[in-house]
Each structure stands twice: as structure tokens, then as C-alpha cells.
Design a protein. Structure first.
Length: 280
């Protein structure tokens, strides 16, 4: 028993040490932007590319958001060997034509943005395995690309090997129902908190557990931070950011790259003083 506890602590410590390592000890992150034509729209992509990428993460920001505030999180994935491709969706406060769209109109356009970003990434870094990741509204997009709402929304992308989600948009009436996530058979991780509410939209933080609890069992992971709210993904100073982001790196490396050491980190993980941890 003592040996198991030491191994668990050692694996977690190693992962957290990676997340907290000084930036000067890591390779510099190359950030660029490019614009794609998607139908009659211009879609800006933010791209973080390491020198020798091992995998790709297609990232979808939250409603009204944009990629830049997530830089600390994206940097960690980038430094773990992932090329990040993040579209600027039409509902973003930074989108020049935001006034032309509401969140309902943005739904299908977000999926089109992500499909185009995936095509771009496939050409820019051919042959690399991919994950879909997102925050809030963006996490729903990632789950759809991993198989959610199959039969209702034909937007599953076979190139998506896993879905990584920070928070979720909760239970959306008329869209998210009891079987919406049952078709998510690929690995998925949900990172949320017991203060993860949005006035007028998500009154009960337990709604964020829905994708974890109702998706197909197997390789599903849930981290619930104590005292953590909806903006953890873009608040690197938050107490739970280091632990949750380190686990997100382990998840990506394990499920996208097939990294055995990262798989061992997930297997050894348990609840901590900062968060509850569950798998199914």
C-alpha cells in the first residue's frame, strides 16, 4: 500500500512540475494567425506550433471569448508537443461582424469553423493525431466532434481521437437531452468546479457533470475543483489551474499520442485537497 501511495504522489508531482516549470526552460512558442475562407466568411485562426509537433489540438473558445485569454493553457499543450489551431468564432467579442449573429446562428458556424480548422491543420501537419478541446460553449462543440448528438447533428469528425472540455454550456433545453452524450464513445475529460455557474444560464454546477455521467462508459475522466468557477481555463493564477492543466496535458498525451507514462498518471490519479476526481 505504501508503494502505491508513493507512486501516485510521484506521478502527480512529476506532472505538476511540468506544468509549473519556468518558461525559460521550455522551447519558445511560435504564435501566428492566418485567415481561411469558409463559405462567404473569413475565419481567423490562431496557431501555436512547436518545432516538431507530435499531435494537434483543435480548440474552441467560450461564447463571446477569443483564443488569447487561454494562452497559459494553450502554451502548456504546445510545450507538450501539440500544435494548437483555434478559430475566432462569430460570437466572439473580438469578431468584426459579431453584431450580424446571435448564439443560435453561431452554433452551426462554429462547427463549420472547426471543420475548416481541422482541414487546415491536416494539411499543415499531415499525419498527426488530433484532439478536440474547448471551454464552455466550445466544449459542446468538442463533444459533438467526438460523437455527441449523433443522428441529430451530423458533425462528428473521425479525426478527433479524444475530447477535452473545460466546463460546459450545461443542459440546454431543446438541444441537450438524456441521450445527447450517449454516443460519445471516445476518451473524454471534463474539468469543472463546484462554483461553476453562470447567472441566467447555469444555476446548478452539477449540470457540468452531464457529459461525464451520460456518455458511453470507458476512458471518461472528471475533475471537480473545490471553489472553482466557470473561468478556470483562462485564470492561470487560480488555485486549481496547475493541477487541472497538468491533468489535461496527461490526458492529451495518453489518449492522442499513446504515451504510457501519461496513461499511468491518469491511472494513479485520485481526489486531492483541491479537487474530486472520478473515472468511468
Amino acid at each position: 500500500m505504501t508503494k502505491l501511495i508513493l507512486n501516485r504522489r510521484g506521478l502527480l508531482a512529476a506532472t505538476l512540475a511540468f506544468a509549473a516549470a519556468p518558461a525559460l526552460a521550455r522551447a519558445a512558442t511560435a504564435i501566428s494567425t492566418t485567415t481561411l475562407k469558409v463559405g462567404d466568411r473569413d475565419v481567423e485562426l490562431t496557431i501555436l506550433r512547436p518545432d516538431a509537433p507530435k499531435g494537434i489540438v483543435i480548440f474552441s473558445h467560450g461564447a463571446g471569448g477569443w483564443p488569447a485569454p487561454y494562452k497559459a493553457l494553450l502554451d502548456l499543450w504546445n510545450q507538450a508537443g501539440f500544435m494548437i489551431v483555434a478559430p475566432l468564432h462569430v460570437d466572439s467579442q473580438k469578431h468584426p461582424k459579431r453584431a450580424d449573429y446571435d448564439l443560435r446562428a453561431a452554433f452551426s458556424l462554429r462547427l463549420a469553423d472547426l471543420a475548416a480548422a481541422t482541414d487546415y491543420a491536416e494539411k499543415a501537419a499531415p499525419g498527426l493525431p488530433m484532439a478536440s478541446a474547448g471551454h464552455s460553449y466550445g466544449s459542446l462543440m468538442s463533444l459533438i466532434r467526438a460523437g455527441a448528438m449523433e443522428g441529430m447533428i451530423p458533425a462528428q469528425d473521425p479525426r478527433t481521437k479524444a475530447a477535452l472540455c473545460f466546463s460546459s454550456p450545461g443542459v440546454i433545453k431543446g438541444l441537450v437531452g438524456p441521450t445527447s452524450y450517449a454516443s460519445v464513445k471516445k476518451p473524454a475529460m471534463m474539468i469543472t468546479g463546484d462554483q461553476d455557474v453562470l447567472p441566467g444560464m447555469i444555476a446548478d454546477w452539477h449540470e457540468h457533470l452531464y457529459p461525464f455521467e451520460t456518455s458511453a462508459p470507458g476512458e471518461k475522466y472528471l475533475w471537480v475543483g473545490k471553489g472553482i468557477g466557470h473561468g478556470l481555463a483562462y485564470h492561470p493564477e487560480a488555485p486549481g489551474f496547475a493541477e487541472s492543466s497538468a491533468l489535461s496535458v496527461a490526458f492529451l498525451k495518453a489518449k492522442v499520442l499513446g504515451d504510457k507514462a501519461a496513461e499511468a498518471v491518469l491511472a494513479a490519479q485520485g481526489s486531492t485537497a483541491l479537487a474530486d476526481w472520478k473515472t468511468r
